[in-house]
Design a protein around this ligand. Sequence first.
Ligand code: TMP
Length: 221
Amino acid sequence: MINVGYFITFEGVEGCGKTTQIKLLSKSFSTLGLGTVLTREPGGCPIADKIRAILLDADNRALSPLAELMLYAAARAQHVTEVISPALEAGKIVLCDRFCDATIAYQSFGRGIDRGVIDNLNIQACQGITPDLTILVDCDPQLGLERARRRIEASSGPREERFELEALAFHKRVRAGYLQLAADEPDRFLIIDGTDSIENIFATISEQVVTRIPEALRAVC
Ligand code: TMP
């Protein structure tokens, strides 16, 4: 399928600040009158949200790397079918908090699963959809983990911390994976320094994103 809308994904290690930024961008697009869908992975629709609960539950530490990979792919297949594909076909701007690059960074660079296996699963699950722009909010995993753990402690919701409990070395491999992906596809990726202030990061992202959105979509504002 060719995207009629525009597909932006946000990526980065735990606690990099991408979720704050994607929410700010979504709000700003809505204020401008741009048709926007804000979603996330794993999750984004009821069935994929149930898979998310299994994936992030710290009690499921016995989940095997291969089972974990398959669950991410299953959640993505449902999410693309139910949410992302219809929104892009309707000409919307889709903002997604993590997508297929996360599977390469976490399950291949992090867990060590063969990249070919992951690429094949991503091809099936994404059903021809690829991000037009990927914003990588880059940050030292040590700093990110400290922020993420503070957020988990302050939250009254379910403790989604299976990955926060992984060793620092795992998160360093994930970061290196993201940077490698960005180096391989410099036209698709925009790397942002996640240690800057929320306001400065948002100013940079907005400036860069507006110039990349196709004229036809911008014209409505
Ligand atoms: P979040 O904390 O950004 O909501 O992401 C949920 C966790 O799932 C995060 O630790 C990264 C992980 N993840 C993967 O390992 N593989 C994937 O394909 C995706 C989408 C997320």
